[in-house]
Ligand binder design. Structure first.
Ligand SMILES: Nc1ncnc2c1ncn2[C@@H]1O[C@H](COP(=O)(O)OP(=O)(O)O)[C@@H](O)[C@H]1O
Ligand SMILES: CC(C)(COP(=O)(O)O)[C@@H](O)C(=O)O
Length: 282
């Protein structure tokens, strides 16, 4: 067998359907409650020791402040980090969380840090919360599947459950990004997100099925009024074809199941299966 020369790790993309912002002074105690779907598409990261710390995303040297913060929390040794992303950045797929979490796992392996999975996830989560690039993505990405985050944070602080489901295909079209930072720092938006999020999450927990996940997520997306006309039209088109759809939080992106080709007329429609595993070493 050929010897692997780099430590490599995978973290799934995470699309949030509903979220409730819970920011406290300590990043460890902060995050979001809500629900989301992990995809087999996501981030694959290679880490190796180097003369100086460099992060490359899809072959381009990138600042990647979230990944950089996660590295600083774990080591002072310089490393070369190479992340391949097959999802867009800033469009509601938790790319920053996937990048940071896959880096933390690969770094632990490459440098023999001997940290546990939750300790590594906490470093990625802390980096996300501190940089305001996400709140609940890393928690969701630790477990895979369709997550329900009943308490914010990484276990044992956070509480995560899952809606059991098969690894069916999720289709999506992205029209662009939505800045997570600007939404998380807008107090008026925050109040409306949390009001809608609490009641929709409660309804989902009463009936935790994939169908209800989409129904409650779509009602949440309409209530918080961050939906562009294109996303609204695309959701209606999917529903007219018998499928289920909602807006990926936080992006100008629609995601769907059983869209029966409805998304094709809205642009570059792509597909990925639901990931039945969370982040792991490769
Ligand atoms: N490893 C990374 N991969 C992708 N984006 C990253 C990474 N580290 C930091 N970022 C930054 O995070 C921001 C995207 O975060 P956000 O708006 O929450 O979108 P996403 O849904 O993709 O996480 C971008 O400004 C990007 O530069
Ligand atoms: C919705 C969001 C706050 C941001 O998600 P993204 O834009 O994908 O980073 C997410 O982290 C969550 O807590 O559910």
């Amino acid at each position: 067998m050929e010897q692997q020369i780099f430590a490599r790790a995978f973290a799934p993309a995470h699309i949030s359907g509903i979220f409730i912002i819970d920011i406290k002074e300590e990043p460890r105690l902060s995050g979001s409650m809500g629900c989301g779907i992990c995809l087999e598409d996501g981030a694959v990261t290679k880490v190796r020791t180097a003369e100086e710390t460099t992060i490359k995303i899809n072959d381009a040297v990138t600042e990647a402040p979230t990944t950089l913060s996660a590295i600083s929390l774990l080591t002072s040794q310089p490393v070369l980090v190479e992340t391949e992303l097959d999802i867009p950045i800033g469009a509601g797929f938790g790319a920053s969380g996937a990048g940071a979490l896959s880096t933390a796992l690969a770094l632990n392996d490459e440098l023999s840090l001997a940290l546990t999975f939750n300790e590594l996830a906490l470093a990625a989560h802390t980096a996300e919360v501190t940089n305001r690039t996400g709140l609940g993505d890393v928690a969701g990405q630790t477990c895979g599947g369709v997550d329900i985050r009943a308490k914010a944070g990484i276990p044992p602080v956070g509480i995560i459950d899952r809606i059991p489901c098969r690894n069916i295909s999720v289709s999506w079209v992205s029209f662009g990004g939505l800045s997570t930072k600007s939404v998380l720092t807008d107090d008026l938006k925050k109040r409306s997100i949390n009001k809608a999020g609490k009641s929709r999450l409660k309804e989902l927990i009463k009936k935790p099925t994939l169908t209800n996940f989409f129904q409650q997520s779509c009602a949440f997306a309409k209530e918080i009024e961050l939906m562009s006309p294109k996303v609204k039209d695309a959701i209606e088109a999917v529903e007219a074809m018998g499928g289920l759809a909602s807006q990926a939080m936080l992006g100008d992106t629609v995601f769907a199941i059983n869209d029966n080709g409805a998304l094709l007329e809205f642009g570059d429609a792509r597909e990925s299966r639901i990931s039945s595993t969370g982040a792991h070493l490769l």
